[in-house]
Design a protein around this ligand. Structure first.
Ligand SMILES: NC(=O)c1ccc[n+]([C@@H]2O[C@H](COP(=O)([O-])OP(=O)(O)OC[C@H]3O[C@@H](n4cnc5c(N)ncnc54)[C@H](O)[C@@H]3O)[C@@H](O)[C@H]2O)c1
Length: 375
């Protein structure tokens, strides 16, 4: 483990460079929108002089935070966060880093919730664009990206046959919708749990069984939480689960499943496969926890497919460009991605897929904008 002071670069293994380069090349083939934006940025240089990224796969908590500290040591102009940990550190232990920051962007739902809370309390020290809230981000990345990659992570970790199984999805937000539809596509009987009545109703009308987690706990073969909340699966649920139940999380952090409670209820624990910890409960039942309760699509699979991240990263790139152009006039709060940027990303994606759509005629535009023409 390296400390912040030691880190000017952190390389897990130089031998991995060639493999890494090939992976980047592979992903790049599916990232047509970013290719267009890169060409534009090379020509126009909108981020000239703007500073930093630190991460390695499999970093422990200390290394993760040391990487964030190292990023702050660079005196960044723009923060590009995924969960708001960097911004939180800049507002607590490392306020010295605030001096150079002109603004930031945030990638995920949980981060945006945290930042909105900071803005509401009036403590946010620079403007942030909530990339997560762009239509071209959450409608695609959270739904189709998390949906597919979470199934991929669960299957890679367990080799479990989804067809004919009972698959419980906790949370029917963007991630939950994608996950439920992909699990159904693989032949599972999908059960949804929710706390929001409208989302629950939507899940019912989308054709899923909806019930409380207390009920679902007794039925499920596989469970996956995607709520962004804590303690969604608890002792009360573990007590009623079937022998051999598989539990996993693809929401944020490892707090959606109450792992300390599971530890307490267990007489022993062993790792049976990569990313599978088998907990033996005192009554003889076994519960399999995947990826230590961390995001299973990142732990056991490869995260989202590059083609969907193409749009999320395009939103990031254009939002950073927007921030550099506009930070002087923005307030210290959380902003939506401007509509024209969002629509531009969707348009470029369609173009890259060779798909043409219709355009409003001037007559239609007038009709939609007006009120004088009757029905
Ligand atoms: N795995 C990934 O790669 C990935 C990608 C994108 C987002 N995320 C994370 O996934 C989480 C969900 O994101 P989202 O965009 O779907 O958010 P969302 O706000 O659209 O949906 C979350 C849903 O969970 C429900 N919920 C909250 N508490 C619950 C509980 N106790 N039981 C059942 N349902 C509950 C909410 O009512 C809401 O409908 C966030 O933490 C987000 O950061 C993960």
């Amino acid at each position: 483990m390296s400390t912040a002071a030691q880190i000017s670069s952190d390389i897990k293994s130089v031998e991995l460079a060639d493999l890494g380069k090939k992976r980047i090349e592979w992903a790049n083939q599916s990232m047509k929108v970013l290719q267009i934006i890169r060409k534009e940025f090379i020509k126009n240089q909108p981020l000239k002089g703007i500073r930093p990224v630190y991460a390695i796969k499999g970093e422990d908590n200390d290394t993760y935070y040391n990487h964030i500290l190292a990023a702050i040591d660079h005196k960044p102009h723009i923060t590009m966060d995924d969960g708001a940990d960097l911004v939180t550190l800049l507002h607590t232990k490392r306020t010295d880093g605030l001096e150079s920051v002109i603004g930031g962007t945030e990638e995920t739902t949980t981060g945006v919730i945290r930042l909105r809370a900071m803005a509401k309390e009036g403590v946010l020290k620079f403007p942030i664009v909530a990339v997560n809230d762009a239509d071209t981000k959450h409608l695609f990345d959270n739904r189709y990206g998390t949906g597919q990659s979470t199934i991929d992570g669960i299957i890679r970790a367990t080799n479990f046959l989804l067809a004919g199984s009972k698959f419980v999805v906790a949370g029917y937000g963007w991630c939950g919708r994608g996950l439920a539809s992909r699990a159904r596509g693989a032949g599972a009987e999908v059960i949804v749990t929710e706390v929001d009545p409208t989302k629950a109703l939507e899940a019912v009308m989308d054709g899923f069984r909806v019930m409380s987690m207390s009920e679902a706990a007794k039925l499920g073969d596989v469970f996956c939480t995607v709520t962004g909340n804590k303690s969604v699966l608890t002792k009360d649920h573990f007590e009623h689960m079937k022998d051999g139940a598989i539990i996993s999380n693809s929401g944020h952090f490892n707090v959606e499943i109450d792992i300390p409670a599971l530890e307490k209820m267990s007489s022993s624990k062993r790792t049976t496969r990569n990313f599978v910890d088998e907990y033996s409960l005192r009554d003889g039942r076994k519960i399999n926890l995947l990826g230590e309760g961390r995001l299973i699509n990142l732990a056991a699979a490869e995260g989202h497919p590059a083609s969907v991240m193409d749009m999320s990263f395009a939103d990031q790139a254009l939002s950073v460009e927007y921030m550099v152009k506009n930070y002087k006039t923005l307030e210290k709060t959380v902003y939506k991605v401007p509509d024209e940027l969002d629509k531009r990303v969707a348009k470029l994606k369609l173009e890259s897929m060779g798909i043409k759509i219709d355009r409003l005629s001037p007559e239609q535009e007038e009709y939609l904008a007006g009120w004088s023409e009757g029905t």
